[in-house]
Ligand binder design. Sequence first.
Ligand SMILES: Cc1cc2nc3c(=O)[nH]c(=O)nc-3n(C[C@H](O)[C@H](O)[C@H](O)COP(=O)(O)O)c2cc1C
Length: 443
Amino acid sequence: MVLNAFSMNCVSHIQQGMWTRADTRQVEFGSLDPWIELAKVAEKGCFDTIFLADVIGLYDNYKGNADTSFREAMQVPVNDPMLLIPAMAAVTEHLGFAFTSSILQAHPFTFARQLSTLDHLTDGRVAWNIVTSYLPNAGSNLGFDGLPGHEERYARADEYLEIIYKLLEGSWADDAVVNDRQRRMYVNPDRVRPINHRGPHYDVAGPHLSAPSLQRTPVLFQAGMSETGREFAAQHAECVFVVGSSRSGPAIAADLHQRALSYGRSDSDLMLIGGVAPIVGGTEAEALEKRDEYEKDLSIEAGLAHISGNIGADLGDIDPAEPLENFRTEGVQGFVKNLLDSAPPGTRTMGDLVRSNLAGAWLVGSAEQVADELQRRFESGLDGFNLTYTVTPGTFVDFVEGVVPILQERGLVQTEYSTGSLRRKLFGSDKLPASHPAAKFRF
Ligand SMILES: Cc1cc2nc3c(=O)[nH]c(=O)nc-3n(C[C@H](O)[C@H](O)[C@H](O)COP(=O)(O)O)c2cc1C
């Protein structure tokens, strides 16, 4: 069972309002210490990665502005996730680090070099969460006239990935670095080549400026749930986040595997990761008590601002009784669809959605109960979980101390790390397999 600690380099990520509590380190996000503590907790729990979300714009449509987002620290201020990784890598040996970067935000040539640098510095422990962005302000920040359309963003993503593959997989041969002091040859120039990419969005000559790292292309994470998003995931992704209930989850998993097969990839090339926010108590009663206490600190206002940004519709003056179907937009079609699909019968209004979304898929119980439920979901087709925190690092500490030993006892979670790169730990080899589209660009 893959376990990722899900976080973001900001004050308030998903469970809005919780930053006001004394037992969370969220407001310290701008210094290294809480991240170093988190990395150590995650490695103690044999987690596979710390997974860092990111946005590149404001949630500014709720009541027509970003005031609520600023007041509630709702994903703003938000710092660059990538820059935390070397510090966390220095205090850990095996833990992986997945970070989010939008295909809109950095030129692919620049980004390819950042990926290689991080993969070198961490001995191959890096994963990239590929996103296409959904906040219009992100588009405006990056020289687009608002957010490019949904299909256009995925078309850009296809070209972006092609350039990344050409640079990371195809520009330097495995034996390009000779490092021979006697012959005074560090790189054999015959074993490095330009990529000369010309496409609708980018022209990139190359060659890549970094030498090949252990994984070459870092492990690829992705979370698209729309039709186009699933097609993209089926071709490129190695770990896919499945948004959906335990009811819709298995169907989504089967669909993604089927699509991957049609691209010549095998079932074992793709892992499906669900999301869960565990609230673990010594007993069920203790866990429920904790939940009741947490619930008092949730901010409905910030939750509404968050969802408004996610679905691209201002919920500033909506009727909480209004059905969610009325809010389908260009923005994040799959997100809304899956929220709808995951709502229990009779709870399909916006009011219901806000409450359940704020609680971030809370799974409340004793360590034994939480382990039971994760095992059930695992056995119904998921390969692992992103764990969302209520308080940090407290939520992760509770999980590592209570739930992990039970899952280890059941043989579901590793008791020690295997050696090698993140991809080797997850999939058994350092490099992408021959069935992956990147392979055709190899030197
Ligand atoms: C677990 C998870 C994490 C995500 N993290 C981010 C993120 O950090 N930044 C971002 O812009 N989008 C993030 N997304 C949104 C997805 O990248 C994607 O835009 C969304 O699922 C809609 O995709 P679709 O349009 O194909 O349905 C995340 C989604 C999920 C389920």
